[in-house]
Ligand binder design. Structure first.
Ligand code: PBG
Length: 333
């Protein structure tokens, strides 16, 4: 790589003014990069999520206004996550397959009124199981192949409701191929799959589990027999390679900021778009430190997001996406 030496070269020259810094910026964060995750609730459930101040659960009649607002700001897609009534949860997570469950109703409502808004849905059993795991338990273990059969059905139920994209976050082996085949056989060739290829067993998911009510279900158990070990990166390449061969349309890395190296490696090695998920605990730590006055929340948030882009993410799941959009677009929105 050719670079001149000081004093011919002065790297500070390009940093002198905002216009010049903008011109030489290698990455830009845009509202078009953002996906807005939305928690959906039944009317009786409280909107506030204690561990995620500023983020709310929406009832079905509150969904359209927030989706409309997202679209007006230029956000292209939402990702739906349900807070399931505990009485509807069971060992097998049967409510996942109910075509009238909360998420299916939400998809229909959004697609009917705002067909141009992308709707992404999760495929995993944890919002529906009484034990909080992403699959069914057999002799205390999450049973991979039996879970696959249910996940195929779950993806189909959501495709029938009108979902544009399914995002299996369950980390079962073979799920992408199984779901792709199931969708294709039912005529849903155009439903896309975001593979959560590198999903780590992370402590940063705590606030999300509280938002969904799956924290108490899971109790002291963890998901280390299916989610990845944070110590591994070569293994992420194997996961991604498998998902690619099984028909994934996009690959996702989750969490985001602690795993920039994974985003970078996947981007370098695979030609698929890479998405990043700025997870609940990333949001909550920034928010809490900001509320205490220890960091500048807005600046730290924008810095984390552009770092995800720099690492190679083309889109980012981001809880405060609406707020970020107003930061990016300025006061007049
Ligand atoms: C569940 C799922 C999780 C998240 C998204 N889908 C949690 C988990 O695996 O326990 C976490 C998202 C977040 O923390 O923001 N399959």
């Amino acid at each position: 790589m050719l670079t001149a030496e000081f004093p011919q070269s002065r790297l500070r020259r390009n940093r002198q003014n905002p216009w010049c810094r903008d011109l030489v910026a290698e990455n830009h964060l845009s509202v078009k990069d953002l996906i807005l995750p939305l928690f959906v609730r039944e009317k009786e459930v409280t909107p506030e999520i204690e561990a995620m101040p500023g983020i709310y659960r929406y009832s079905l009649d509150e969904l359209l206004p927030v989706c409309k607002r997202a679209m007006d700001l230029g956000i292209g897609a939402v990702a739906l996550f349900p807070y399931t009534n505990p009485i509807l949860k069971c060992e097998e997570g049967k409510e996942a397959l109910n075509p009238h469950n909360l998420v299916c109703q939400a998809i229909r409502i959004i697609k009917e009124s705002l067909p141009q808004l992308g709707v992404i849905v999760d495929v995993a059993l944890d919002p529906y199981t009484s034990h909080g795991h992403d699959g069914v338990l057999r002799k205390g273990c999450v049973a991979n192949d039996e879970t696959l059969e249910i996940l195929i059905e779950m993806a189909l139920v959501k495709a029938r409701a009108g979902a544009d994209v399914v995002a299996p976050s369950d980390m079962m082996d073979g799920r992408i191929g199984a779901i792709r085949k199931g969708l294709d056989q039912a005529g849903y060739q155009n439903v896309r799959i975001i593979a959560y290829s590198a999903k780590y067993a992370s402590a940063f998911y705590g606030p999300f589990r509280q938002a969904l009510g799956s924290l108490s279900a899971l109790g002291k158990a963890d998901k280390k027999t299916y989610q990845m070990d944070p110590a591994n990166s070569r293994e992420a390449m194997r996961e991604a390679a498998q998902d690619l061969l099984e028909g994934a349309d996009m690959l996702m890395v989750k969490p985001g900021l602690p795993y920039l190296d994974i985003i970078y490696r996947l981007k370098e090695s695979f030609l698929l778009p890479i998405f990043a998920y700025q997870v609940s605990g990333e949001y909550s730590t920034l928010k809490a430190a900001g509320e205490k006055g220890w960091i500048d929340y807005e600046k730290a948030l924008l810095e984390s997001l552009v770092a995800l882009k720099r690492a190679g993410a083309s889109a980012i799941f981001c809880y405060p996406a609406l707020e970020v959009a107003t930061f990016l677009l300025g006061e007049n929105v």
